[in-house]
Design a protein around this ligand. Structure first.
Ligand SMILES: Cc1cc2nc3c(=O)[nH]c(=O)nc-3n(C[C@H](O)[C@H](O)[C@H](O)COP(=O)(O)OP(=O)(O)OC[C@H]3O[C@@H](n4cnc5c(N)ncnc54)[C@H](O)[C@@H]3O)c2cc1C
Length: 294
């Protein structure tokens, strides 16, 4: 399996965008079968560059994240990116996890701070890490992984000093050893371009991969954006209000919106697109096909 930094470099040299999908570890055996026997095989037809697997709040899916990442690599032959957070982990525990990830042949980690499982202010575990930059440094020192980090085009919700300050923190974590950034979802591309310009000024040269979600439910996306602090522009909010009780129509609209968003981002030089799949294939298939990248 490849390092994602190498995939990004090769695609850039070829003038092609990197396409990736994000999954979360299902909670039931049926969810596992659905993801591994239906969703991933369907998306595999698009020949994605890698697939990422999230890490549940508080490390709750620790084993499951690794299991799914391993099966993505072994059974589907796709490069996996395992998310890893600092929540509820000491340095020693992170060290043990890295050894397990390495033993599975997984070469890629998305290094995150994470959020407290019950909400509220993040407090580092005694003997653990307070910021993802510390995790990045630790991973760099202890193993040969390609490391990605999270970026927030609208600023991280908890950074009271504002987005410019948050972007300085992001520049620090890149300096600590990250090879690329994957962004939080956003719906106004102007936010991404402002973020990119600011980071360029801060000396960040690694790829900034936009994370895009094809919306599949109006109530679902409203709830998620409230939690993560991403804004819904007024025109989009009005469309979502009209589609509040019609998930099928909302999904169609979400495909159209994500297609326009991705096409504009790629036209204006984004290195690729990371699609939040919500463990479902149809919307991602349609968006990638619409972009002419299938
Ligand atoms: C692409 C992507 C994937 C994600 N996947 C997961 C997942 O799998 N599991 C999960 O639980 N969560 C996930 N998250 C959510 C993420 O864990 C939360 O947003 C979390 O609150 C912040 O994580 P971080 O890695 O950006 O933290 P950090 O980079 O540590 O930043 C956290 C806060 O601290 C501030 N900060 C950073 N450095 C300093 C410093 N030196 N001094 C003062 N303040 C500082 C930042 O501005 C920010 O406000 C993901 C987010 C994204 C964008």
């Amino acid at each position: 399996m490849q390092f994602i930094r190498d995939i990004l470099a090769a695609k850039r040299a070829a003038g092609k965008p990197v396409i990736s999908f994000e999954f979360f570890p299902p909670k039931t055996p049926e969810g596992d079968r659905n993801l591994l026997e239906k969703t991933i095989p369907a998306l595999k037809t698009l020949r994605p560059d890698f697939c990422s697997v999230t890490y549940g709040a508080g490390g709750s899916t620790r084993d499951k994240t690794l299991l799914i990442a391993d099966r993505i690599q072994r059974e589907h032959g796709l490069t996996a990116l395992a998310h890893l957070t600092c929540v509820n982990h000491t340095r020693e525990q992170v060290g043990e996890l890295l050894a397990r990830i390495r033993a599975l042949g997984c070469k890629n980690i998305l290094a995150l701070r994470g959020d407290p499982p019950g909400g509220g202010e993040f407090a580092p575990t005694p003997g653990g890490f307070g910021f993802s930059s510390q995790l990045v440094r630790f991973i760099r020192e202890t193993g040969d992984f390609s490391i990605g980090v999270a970026g927030f085009p609208e600023g991280h919700i908890a950074c009271k000093a504002g987005k410019q300050q948050d972007w300085k923190h992001l520049a620090e974590k890149v300096k600590a050893g990250a090879d690329y950034v994957i962004t939080q979802l956003f719906f106004d591309n102007a936010d991404y371009f402002e973020f990119r310009d600011a980071l360029t000024k801060l000396g960040v040269t690694v790829p900034l991969v936009p994370g895009i979600v094809p919306i599949q439910s109006a109530p679902g996306i409203k709830k998620f954006t409230q939690m993560c602090g991403a804004k819904i522009p007024p025109a989009l909010a009005a469309r979502l209000d009209a589609l509040e009780h019609d998930d099928a129509a909302c999904t169609e609209f979400g495909i159209e919106y994500a297609t326009q968003q991705c096409a504009d981002l790629l036209r204006q030089g984004a290195p690729g697109i990371h699609l939040y799949s919500l463990n479902k294939a149809p919307s991602c298939l349609r968006v990638v096909r619409n972009l002419g990248l299938a």
